[in-house]
Write a protein that binds this ligand. Structure first.
Ligand SMILES: Nc1nc2c([nH]c(=O)n2[C@H]2C[C@H](O)[C@@H](COP(=O)(O)OP(=O)(O)OP(=O)(O)O)O2)c(=O)[nH]1
Length: 132
């Protein structure tokens, strides 16, 4: 059985734009775009994990809202269960610590980036939700 990893990602919305983050040039899924976040640690809820990851990775504070969607994606290295949650910034502005780049994009332009494979259904759903 492949290892199963529970991951949370933040869909941070500010002034109608969505924060997209590019993974660093080394390691898993290098250079691809994702929603900032990471693995849920034992004993944490998805929301707690996301608040912690955003503080660590982007040095800012988010308020976590409703779930966008949960998607399971099988990579060669693991099955990733990616849950995304709508977020708003309540303190600070995102700073680059691990990511190569961040961009604020309107939902209609999200598909201009090369996303991690697990994110593609999520990106489609966000584009639909915003267009609705
Ligand atoms: N944070 C985040 N991770 C994602 C997304 N899409 C996606 O496939 N992933 C994958 C990448 C990683 O394998 C895992 C998240 O773990 P992590 O954020 O702790 O990443 P990492 O690079 O330190 O992990 P790893 O090298 O040990 O796999 O989920 C996404 O939108 N956000």
């Amino acid at each position: 059985m492949k290892k199963q990893v529970a991951v949370v990602g933040a869909v941070i919305v500010r002034d109608g734009l969505i924060l997209c983050a590019q993974r660093g040039p080394q390691g898993t899924l290098a250079g691809l775009w994702e929603f900032p976040g990471g693995k849920i640690e034992p004993g944490e809820t998805a929301r707690q994990a996301l608040e912690r990851e955003i503080r660590e990775e982007l040095r800012c504070t988010v308020e976590v809202g409703d779930e966008v969607v949960t998607v399971a994606h099988e990579y060669d290295f693991a099955v990733v269960d990616l849950t995304t949650l709508w977020c708003t910034l309540i303190d600070g502005a995102p700073q680059l610590t691990e990511h190569a780049d961040v961009r604020w994009l309107p939902s209609s332009e999200l598909d201009s980036l090369e996303w991690a494979p697990a994110d593609i259904p999520t990106v489609k759903q966000i584009m639909n939700d915003f267009a609705a």
